[in-house]
Design a protein around this ligand. Structure first.
Ligand SMILES: *[C@@H]1O[C@H](CO)[C@@H](O)[C@H](O)[C@H]1NC(C)=O
Ligand SMILES: *[C@@H]1O[C@H](CO)[C@@H](O)[C@H](O)[C@H]1NC(C)=O
Ligand SMILES: *[C@@H]1O[C@H](CO)[C@@H](O)[C@H](O)[C@H]1NC(C)=O
Length: 368
């Protein structure tokens, strides 16, 4: 029986988390640990937020033994994160449940994903007669009943193209069920599922005329979906109000079938992926002077990173450097480059960590 998760659980990895207290940059951690009954992360001693006040004892260090790093301690999660989490009744899936993805073939250029990669990816389905559907945008499953996408995927459609459904568990749009043949085995996924959307919530301050500020929307499904190896949520980063932090230099990933309202990207029947490097706000402002808080930029260096992906689809950061870390949704594909054949123009993404409070507040206000 194929189980990506069982393999993953054996591997200790290092992780990037966003700390909320003062330091807004993600810090690297090396797996989870417990401080008493509280969850913590193994981190370099100097990166732990409680570092100045706490004398880490040998018990704390023994929970985070590493042959490579000698100064790891079990650092509690920053209290702001916990306070934030307790504020809401409806919770998001936590790492371990979210962000699991197979990663057999690491990205080299825009290439086919494997059948189990990025199982949170959704295709948004539009119709004008309720009989025929077009997939024109992407989204990300973040909860059993919620998909996150771009506001422009929801608002800029022709009046007769209504967003009605979300397709989950899709890989090869020209076959069903999907099967992938590997050297020694063949993996088949259950048929994809199309789930009706019963509520669409666009960010109140979405302004397409202002460089697509607040290009974010939530879609509530009319039923909860069951998580499988092929349908799973992605993790969200911790909230941050940092203005300048942009993950500059981090290698991230985008994926999709080339579904976009901008008709720029190459279309593929099979889910594809590409690596894309985040760039600083300052260098992105050279290209997009009107960049606002809540946007980040990546790509522009290769054709793949400029052209791949679905509008509304995810910009993803894997939380480790070796294998099997959880994936975090760092961005939503917002503005594309107008020149898909050339390079040099980065893409603009809605920065998800800026909207965590909006996401949690909106989900909770619409939980019944
Ligand atoms: C990627 O998917 C396409 C579409 O099905 C297929 O034609 C192509 O052979 C695949 N490439 C690889 C390397 O499997
Ligand atoms: C996708 O499905 C089509 C039709 O069954 C098939 O020809 C193609 O090889 C499949 N692509 C991959 C990568 O398996
Ligand atoms: C969801 O939508 C489908 C199609 O309209 C409908 O048959 C089903 O009863 C709905 N489910 C719920 C839980 O409302």
């Amino acid at each position: 029986m194929f189980s990506a998760r069982s393999i993953r659980n054996l591997i200790i990895c290092c992780t990037i988390i966003a700390t909320v207290n003062g330091a807004n940059k993600p810090v690297i951690h090396y797996g989870r640990c417990n401080v008493g009954s509280e969850a913590g992360y193994c981190q370099h001693r100097h990166q732990c937020w409680e570092q100045p006040n706490v004398d880490f004892n040998s018990a704390s260090r023994s929970r985070c033994v590493s042959q490579v790093h000698s100064d790891l301690v079990c650092c509690r999660r920053a209290p702001v994160v916990e306070a934030f989490a307790m504020q809401y009744r409806l919770q998001l899936p936590q790492p371990g449940v979210c962000g699991n993805s197979e990663f057999d073939n690491r990205i080299v250029g825009g290439e086919n994903t494997s059948i189990t990669e990025y199982p949170w990816m959704a295709l948004l389905r539009y119709t004008n007669d309720g009989a025929e559907y077009d997939s024109l945008c992407g989204g990300s499953l973040i909860h059993e009943r919620w998909v996150l996408t771009a506001a422009h995927c929801v608002t800029s459609r022709d009046a007769d193209q209504q967003l009605r459904q979300v397709r989950l568990g899709e890989w090869n749009t020209t076959s069903s069920p999907d099967c992938q043949v590997f050297k020694t085995n063949r993996i088949c996924a259950p048929p994809h599922i199309d789930v009706n959307i019963d509520r669409i919530i666009v960010h109140e301050q979405y302004t397409p005329e202002n460089n697509y500020a607040n290009d974010i929307a939530l879609l509530r499904l009319n039923r909860s979906v069951t998580f499988t190896d092929f349908v799973q949520p992605i993790c969200l980063p911790a909230a941050s109000n940092s203005v300048e932090y942009a993950y500059a230099g981090y290698a991230m990933e985008i994926a999709g079938w080339g579904k976009t309202d901008q008709a720029l990207f190459s279309v593929s029947p099979v889910k594809k992926k590409a690596e894309i490097t985040a760039i600083s706000i300052a260098s992105c402002k050279v290209v997009y002077p009107q960049l606002v808080n809540g946007q980040i930029c990546a790509g522009g260096d290769t054709k793949e990173s400029t052209c791949r992906g679905d509008s509304g689809g995810p910009l993803m950061l894997q939380d480790n450097f070796e294998s099997s870390g959880n994936f975090y949704l760092t961005g939503i594909i917002s503005l594309g480059s107008s020149n898909c054949n050339g390079v040099g123009s980065p893409r603009v993404f809605t920065r998800v960590e800026h909207y965590i409070n909006w996401i949690m507040g909106t989900m909770n206000a619409n939980s019944s």
